[in-house]
Design a protein around this ligand. Structure first.
Ligand code: GLU
Length: 486
């Protein structure tokens, strides 16, 4: 018999935003599915009503759409992003819970929050390693249960975990993982509001949706024994499990908001390209066994495998992300960068100006080796969009000499004689003026750069001059002479 094609899922809880770790989980599921010709499903695990945040599902879908991760299946097939919503499937979970109850594998529990709190406190006093429910309600008679239900007493339904047994599973990344049932609490499966807990809904859906591989973060590892018990109690085949390594800050603390951004939307807002973020996140726990770090999505799909995901925590290194952004941006076709630059311009102080494509393409051409973000085309080389308002102090001290104004004036006169000059024409004109004054070219080049850009760094000065054009260059030379000659 042929092995069925893999079916995986990304199953986020809509708690507000997509965490970088969530993006990594979604990506690894996506890469695995695409690599194996399988399918990936988006399922929203929204059964914890206390943690529900308005607009979170829309936000999640928007961020996933931006990232380029696509899904194959949902309830209203047609649109890629019609996720399964667990909150719409309550009767399914209730039905499956009843099945477990009828087989004594789960039971009604009517204990009040006060009793549970007291129990917890007592257990804490006894220094028990972990607070556990004491199974009091397991021993209620059928009649007692019926009476309590009929009188409207609130209840939950708990998993009946048998003591003194071992639960184990083979994780693709972590090999064999074993737990003792004595350390597993009688987990609530169905809450008093009729909603399932994560554990029940997750397992029921993974089964019904025929999920073959559960690929998720290591923080869920401790939940897995409960899931294994549920599979066993239901008599269902277990999926393959792969728990992805934790993410750390560079100081080895857990990746958290305190040390930087953890929401994908924050990186998007800061101007990171989805290609760079995807590339970066792919390397948080995986590599192909070599030093290669630059990847496009197609190559990731082609090379990804779970057996190359490592166990050790992965460090979030923002410098690597910046480098990847630089590399991805540099390789983008100029026409694509042009579109992005136009968007940046619309949101900048230059939104009112009309730049033609040819002008912007020239800027892209000379700046692309110098920018990490699209907005830097504007911030790092604002002189392409406006006359410099200030001249960088340090650079002036070093480069503006007593005779600079006079030399620049002659250079300006020379430039004015040029007709439709090319970059080479400007260069030639400057060379000739230097010879005429019997002085070093640098005595013209540096003040000229100050005049046209205000700063000491940037693309070649002849590039700048030929892009802004003769009239603008002459006008900027006049301005600098006025401002700086004593
Ligand atoms: N709802 C869980 C989450 O928010 C899903 C964990 C799992 O994939 O089983 O990540």
């Amino acid at each position: 018999m042929n092995k069925p094609l893999p079916r995986v899922r990304f199953a986020p809880s809509p708690t507000g935003f997509l965490h970088i770790g969530g993006l990594r989980t979604a990506l690894y599921n996506f890469l695995f599915a695409k690599n194996q010709n399988g399918k990936i499903i988006l399922r929203i695990e929204d059964t914890d009503r206390k943690r529900f945040v308005d607009g979170a599902v829309e936000n999640l879908i928007d961020t996933l759409t931006w990232s380029g991760i696509t899904f194959d299946e949902g309830p209203n097939v047609g649109g890629n992003f019609a996720p399964y919503l667990q909150s719409e499937r309550l009767s399914i979970y209730q039905e499956f819970t009843q099945k477990l109850v009828s087989e004594n594998k789960a039971y009604y529990c009517f204990c009040t929050p006060e009793r549970l709190e007291n129990l917890r406190e007592e257990q804490q006093k006894l220094k028990l390693p972990q607070a556990k429910y004491d199974k009091l309600c397991l021993y209620l008679s059928k009649k007692e249960i019926e009476e309590k239900i009929n009188s409207g007493t609130t209840y939950v339904i708990r998993l009946n975990v048998l003591p003194d047994q071992k639960v184990f599973f083979d994780d693709v990344i972590r090999d064999r993982v074993e737990f003792e049932t004595n350390n597993i609490d009688d987990q609530v499966l169905l809450k008093s509001d009729g909603f399932p807990t994560y554990h029940l809904a997750n397992v029921v859906d993974d089964h019904l949706m025929e999920i073959t591989h559960v690929i998720r973060g290591e923080e869920w590892l401790s939940s897995t024994p409960k899931h294994i018990l549920l599979y066993e109690y239901f008599g269902w085949m277990k999926p393959v499990f792969a728990h992805l390594p934790l993410l750390f800050n560079t100081d080895k603390s857990k990746l958290s908001k305190r040390q930087g951004d953890v929401a994908v939307e924050d990186y998007r807002a800061k101007g990171y390209l989805k290609e760079a973020l995807i590339n970066f996140v792919a390397l948080l726990g995986w590599n192909f066994g070599d030093d290669k770090e630059f990847y496009e999505i197609d190559e990731l799909i082609q090379k990804f495998s779970l057996d190359r995901v490592h166990k050790a925590g992965a460090v979030f290194n923002i410098e690597k992300l910046n480098w990847l952004n630089f590399e991805h941006l540099k390789r983008k076709p100029d026409t694509e960068v042009l579109k992005m630059l136009r968007t940046e311009l619309e949101n900048s102080e230059f939104s009112k100006s009309n730049y033609d494509d040819a002008y912007l393409l020239k800027i892209i051409n000379v700046m692309k080796e110098r920018v990490t973000f699209v907005y830097e085309y504007i911030t790092k080389s604002s002189y392409f969009f406006k006359t410099p308002e200030v001249y960088e102090e340090q650079n002036l001290k070093k480069r503006w000499k007593d005779d600079s104004a006079e030399l620049l004036k002659s250079l300006k006169d020379k430039f004015q004689t040029l007709v439709a000059p090319s970059k080479e024409d400007y260069e030639k004109a400057l060379d000739e003026t230097a010879i005429q004054f019997n002085t070093n070219k640098g005595n013209f080049i540096h003040p000229l750069r100050i005049a046209v850009s205000g700063v000491g760094e940037g693309p070649g000065v002849y590039d700048i001059v030929s892009i802004i054009g003769k009239d603008e260059t002459v006008s900027r030379i006049n301005t600098v002479i006025n401002k700086l000659s004593k």
